[in-house]
Design a protein around this ligand. Sequence first.
Ligand code: SF4
Ligand code: SF4
Length: 239
Amino acid sequence: MGRLVWDEYCLAGTAKYLLDDPHPEGKIGVFVRGCDSRAINRLIQDGEIKKENVYLIGIPCGGMKDPATGKTAKKCEDCTHPNPIVFDTMIGEKVTQSDKPNRFNSVNELEKKSADEKYEYWAKQYDKCIRCYACRNVCPACNCRECFVDQYRVGWQGKQNNRAENQFYGLTRAFHVAGRCIECGECERACPMDLPLMELNRKLIKDINELFGPYEAAVDLEEKPPLGTYKLEDPEKFM
Ligand code: SF4
Ligand code: SF4
């Protein structure tokens, strides 16, 4: 029998693997840090898994290490929920957590740029994108059974790897996960071309917080995502 090793280099999120077995015969055991537990909530809220089909072993997390540098992984630096939110049993003591308001610093800097400068910035980034879809594949919020990028009919996502199609892909994905992104940072970690994908995600999170009030996706299962509900007093400057 093999030995399960869980150490500070186990960077990858654990929850999305559950989609590989959508109809398990028994309960599946999953180790969950704070980010993984939010991903579990994401999948439950989206109707992709049922809580009764999983057994969650919670692990408070002081931050994982990047195997390339031996230092704290970038995705962990801005983590706001190191302790599991949902679990069946917990291993270890809870760690201190913080709201990490500085995680919006790069978004604040981007917002100071002119429209042309913003375009140049993102064009340069998406010129690097190779459309490997690693960002989608690891994302717990990207859980559609059939993704728009896999459509072959005319009028859907073009298959060319060029600036326009790459930007179309990136923007469509960012808006698809808007209000549902759990800030796990998996997309940016998995991107082989180092696109700053969390800047896009956090811009949308910041805008949603400012427009609809503070909201953290998949923390409270009973709380409906702001973009999934309608209120008469919702801001509608864009209308
Ligand atoms: S992981 Fe990076 S390179 Fe691959 S599709 Fe996503 S943004 Fe593009
Ligand atoms: S968009 Fe990125 S940060 Fe947000 S849930 Fe998906 S993988 Fe995590």
